[in-house]
Design a protein. Structure first.
Length: 526
């Protein structure tokens, strides 16, 4: 028996002709030719419990046929006759139990038969047996468990799952959300209007959601699969009650937001405690220092744990560094814990990574690279540009489970291209970044114009080389280092990156790892 490659477009045509009582023969040069189609052939013949698949035999030259459904009528039946077998050209199979099953077709032809749609010669046989593998998925059903999290991040006691349970959670603490499911879900969404973030979209069975806002909060869970479409929803009203904390409040990060300087604290802040005179800051950019006055201090209207510093006749740009200080004053949390003073807390970038919503796998978690193939193939430049070794493996990931593992051979080099595209907009400014870990001794590496390097090119060659990292003796080794570059796009297109490594003038090989690539729209200081 043989699993066939099916022709999807023929199925709808076959049903049309059956309904009209027409001859189902496919007009080919072959007298006897096997062609079998199903309604779910483009989706791996997968259905839900109690779902159906239509099977069509549109072969030419068939004298007789017999369809056989699997497992008896308690597992599957043919809708037309309620039985397990049929001699009809088109049948509707209904499946009652989850599992993987074989639907078989036995055909007798009037002569030697061409077995496949692309066969050029017939086989010396008039009888063919065909097996179609059908996967029946159970209805999607989920069960939840929620846990407190101990101070050492281990899982603590279980929460009560009931409407109005109001399990008490101290402000700024997190709850561990877990689920199990049957039915092969492909997406899960947790939502709580008291959580941070309010929505977590994931495929993980365990995630943590932090709660900053005082009050009682609902929790919603949705597990779904795209095809065969199904979903399970679970909701609890007022399941979590966030209570005041006596813990110190923590300034978690400083970043640019809408031109203002954003201070993100570990829990909600009291708007009546904000006083611009208690804050000071400076901006640094390319060696220049700017000392703007603070004109106003407000809470973010959507996230009350974020304090926004408005600047007088100035704004913060994405390539500025902000250094913020707070002198002891009235600043306190919504649960009335005073904030500690701080001095020269430096801002960090906080922009959306374009790769996350594209087909480009900047974290190397779902791509491969081996030898000169995989998702990062060699670009065929010849010469020293093919003198490299590459893999994507778990030897040294910065985050996640994988990173790109590269070795530039002695006097070698590399040119590879990504397989996933992303959109660039002409005139838009971008930050291009990546983390690199050099696992080599660079003390003898050449310098100047002969230095070894890494550089990026747009796959449509619309821009000059970007993201150049010189691998000379001063480059840090044995640690992860973030490389950041800015550019303005001169192309309006979907592209991917070509990554070039040059080690032509170096007698020593260089081994390095790449991980957590980053691309974001930015607004740069003029």
């Amino acid at each position: 028996m043989k699993n066939l490659k099916y022709l999807s477009i023929l199925f709808a045509v076959s049903l049309f002709f059956v309904g009209c009582g027409e001859d189902l023969s496919v007009e080919t040069m072959d007298t006897n030719h096997r062609i079998i189609v199903t309604s779910e052939m483009d989706f791996d013949n997968t259905v839900s419990v109690n779902g159906h698949i239509d099977f069509g035999d549109i072969s030419r030259g068939v004298i007789s046929r017999k369809w056989t459904m699997p497992g008896g009528t308690d597992v599957s039946v043919i809708a037309e006759n309620g039985m397990s077998t049929s001699t009809k050209q088109v049948i509707k199979g209904i499946f009652y139990k989850p599992g993987v099953y074989d639907v078989t077709l036995n055909q007798t032809f009037g002569g030697d038969v061409y077995p496949n749609d692309d066969s050029t010669e017939p086989i010396n046989s008039r009888v063919l047996d065909t097996t179609i593998v059908v996967t029946v998925l159970d209805s999607l059903r989920a069960s939840l468990k929620l846990y407190y999290i101990n101070d050492d991040n281990t899982t603590g006691d279980e929460l009560v799952l009931a409407d109005g349970a109001e399990n008490e959670v101290t402000a700024s603490k997190s709850v561990r959300l877990t689920y199990t499911a049957v039915g092969e879900e492909d997406n899960v969404v947790w939502t709580s209007n008291g959580g941070k973030p309010e929505m977590i979209n994931t495929t993980l069975n365990e995630v943590d959601m932090r709660f900053n806002k005082l009050g009682s909060w609902d929790l919603d869970f949705l597990a779904s699969r795209f095809r065969p479409r199904d979903a399970d929803t679970i909701s609890f009203k007022k399941i979590i009650k966030v209570i005041p904390s006596t813990d110190p409040v923590v300034l978690e990060r400083v970043y640019e937001k809408a031109g203002m300087v954003a201070l993100e604290f570990s829990r909600d802040m009291d708007p009546t405690s904000l006083n611009r005179n208690n804050f000071s800051l400076r901006l640094e950019n390319n060696g220049n220092t700017i000392n703007p006055a603070i004109s106003n201090v407000i809470l973010d209207e959507n996230e009350n744990n974020i304090v926004l510093l408005e600047l007088d006749a100035e704004r913060m740009y994405d390539n500025d560094l902000a250094f913020v200080s707070y002198a002891p004053g009235n600043l306190k949390t919504a649960d009335q814990v005073a904030a500690d003073a701080f001095t020269d807390i430096e801002s960090i970038p906080f922009n959306t990574n374009i790769y996350d919503s594209s087909a480009f796998d900047g974290g190397f978690e779902s791509t491969t690279a081996a030898s000169s193939g995989g998702d990062w193939p060699y670009q065929g430049w010849g010469g020293n540009w093919g003198e490299y070794d590459i893999d994507i493996n778990s030897n040294n990931p910065r985050t996640g489970s994988q990173s790109m593992d590269i070795t530039f051979r002695s006097n070698g080099g590399m040119i590879i291209g990504g397989s996933g595209n992303f959109q660039l907009i002409v005139g838009q400014e971008y930050e291009l970044g990546y983390w690199v870990y050099v696992d080599a001794d660079l003390s003898n590496s050449p310098t100047g114009t002969a230095t070894s390097d890494i550089r990026f090119y747009a796959s449509n060659w619309s821009m000059a080389d970007l993201g150049i990292s010189n691998l000379n003796p001063s480059f840090p080794t044995g640690q992860w280092v973030y490389q950041k570059f800015y550019f303005k796009s001169t192309t309006d297109a979907e592209i991917t990156w070509l990554i070039r490594g040059n080690n032509e003038n170096n007698a020593d090989p260089i081994r390095l790892y790449l991980d957590d690539m980053f691309l974001a729209e930015v607004e740069l200081r003029p």
